[in-house]
Design a protein around this ligand. Sequence first.
Ligand SMILES: Cc1cc2nc3c(=O)[nH]c(=O)nc-3n(C[C@H](O)[C@H](O)[C@H](O)COP(=O)(O)OP(=O)(O)OC[C@H]3O[C@@H](n4cnc5c(N)ncnc54)[C@H](O)[C@@H]3O)c2cc1C
Length: 504
Amino acid sequence: MQKILIVGGGSSGWIVASYLNAVLRRAGEPLVDIALIEAPGIGRIGVGEATVPTIRNVLQAIGVEEKTFMKEADATFKQAIRFNNWHHQHDDGYYHPFDRHAMGPVDRIGADWLSSDQKRPFSEFVSPQPQLCDLGLAPKMPGARDFASPMPYAYHMDAEKFADYLCRLATSRGVGHYQDRVTDIRVGETGHIEAVHTEGGLELKADLFIDCTGFASLLIEKTLGSSLVNYSPWLLCDRAVAMRVPYDQFFSGHIRPYTTATALSAGWVWDIGLVNRRGTGYVYSSQFLDDDDAAQELKAHEGPHADDIEPRLLKFYVGRREEQWRGNCVAMGLASGFIEPLESTGLYLVEYAALMLAEHFPYKKDSMPVLAARYNAILNQRYEEILDFVNLHYCLTARSVTPFWQEVQRPERVTERLAAKLDFWRHKAPSGSDFDDHLRLFSHQSYEHILYGMGFRADEAQKGISLGQPQSIANIVEAATPRLPRHEAWLHQELGHTIPPATQ
Ligand SMILES: Cc1cc2nc3c(=O)[nH]c(=O)nc-3n(C[C@H](O)[C@H](O)[C@H](O)COP(=O)(O)OP(=O)(O)OC[C@H]3O[C@@H](n4cnc5c(N)ncnc54)[C@H](O)[C@@H]3O)c2cc1C
C-alpha cells in the first residue's frame, strides 16, 4: 500500500489528512496509508476563520455531522461578505452574497439593473440574502437537514479548534500521528524525497510527501526549490495585526451572519463573529504603515474595550509556488502560496488541492510526472483566478485619502487579465460566457456584485427607469423572514450555546 506523509498539522494538514483518508478507499477499505507529523514547538498560524460554501461539500465528504463540527469549532454561519468604505471613505457599503441569482435564457439582470434608476443596490436587486443578513437571520430553519438550506452558506469558526477537531477525527479513523520536528530531508538521485528525519531521531519514509508546513515551505521550497511566483505588484498588503475580542469584554448583542471587511488607511479590517468571541484583524501594507501604527489603528477602530488587548503581528507574502507538485511532493495551504484573505480563499484552496490530488492520485509511480503537470496547471489557474478577483476589489476604489488607496488605483496595479475584462465590460454587462475556465470559484455574478458595489458602470445609456425590487426577490424575503430564526436563536436552540446579553 502506498504511503503518504503529511508534514504540518495546521488546518491544511488536517483537512488533507481527513479528506484523503475518507475518499481514497475502495469498498470501504483504505487504498493508502496516511500519517501526519507536526512540530509541537511550532505553532499554527491560528487565523483562517472565514470560509466559502464549498467547505460544506468537503465536510460531508469527510463524513462529519454538521452540528458536531459546529460545536467543536465554535462555528457560526456566514452568508456574505459586507464591504464597508471600499468605494469612498464613508460609503453605504455593499454585500457580496453567496446566493446566485436565477438567470433567464439570456442573462439580462446586470443590464436591467444598469438601465434602472439604481436606487436599490445591485445585490438586493438580485438576491434576498443581503436583506436576510441585515435582519441578522440564520440561513436555515431549526431542524433542517445537515448541510442543507435553500440559501447557500459557509461558516465562521475557530481555526485552532477546527484543526484539533479534525486531528481527533482523522486519528480515530486510522491516520498515523507523530509529534516531532522535521530537521532534515533526504532527497534521492531522482530528485524525489526519500525520507524525513526528526529531532527525536525518527526516519519517516513515504511514496508521496505533502508539505503543509505553512509559510516555512520546508519541503517544496527549502528542499526542492520550487520558488514563489510573486503577486505583490498587484496585491500590496503583506501584514496583519489580529486580535480576539471575547464577548465578556464587549458584545453588541448580535452575531452577524456575514463577514465584515472595512477599509482603513492602508488596508482593511476583518470582523468575524463566533459563539463566544469575535475575531478581528487589520490587513495592511508595510510600505505604507508601520506595525505599531497598524495596531493602534485597529484598536481605535474596535473601540475603548480593546485598550487592553494586545494584537498579534502576522507577516505574509502573496504569491504561489511555481510548481505546487514537484517530484513526489505536493504543497498545500500556506506552503503552496497565499492570497490575502479578503474573499476567504485560503481554506478553499486547501479543499480544492485535496480534491484535485484525490482525482489525480498517483497510484503508479511512473504516472507522477503526467499527473503533476495537469495538477499544477489546474491549481495555478485557481490562484490566478483568485488574484484577479481580489485585485478587482482594490482597483475600482475612488478613495484617495491616503497614499495606499491612491497607489492601488494606478493602472500598473491591475493585472493584465483583469484590465482586459474591465475594458470589455464597459461594452456589455458580465455574463458566464466571458470566462473560459469552467472550474472557477467566482462566477460572473460575483464579479457583478463587486463591480456595481464599487461604482463601475458599463457605457450603456442609463434610462433611469424605476424597476424597484423584482417580485421574485421580494417574495422570497417576505416568505423567509417569519420562518428563519435569528442567527443567535439558531445557535442557542440547535447547538445549546448560551448567547450573552449585550454589553452595557
Ligand atoms: C492574516 C491571515 C488571515 C487569514 N484569514 C483566512 C480566512 O479568513 N479564511 C481562510 O480560508 N483562510 C485564511 N487565511 C489562510 C489560513 O490561515 C491558512 O490557509 C490555513 O490556516 C492553513 O494554514 P497551514 O496549515 O498551511 O499552516 P500553519 O497553520 O502555519 O501550520 C503549519 C504546520 O506546520 C508545522 N511545521 C512547521 N515546520 C515544521 C517542522 N520543521 N517539522 C514538523 N512540523 C512543522 C507546524 O507545527 C504546524 O502544524 C488567513 C491567513 C492569514 C495570514
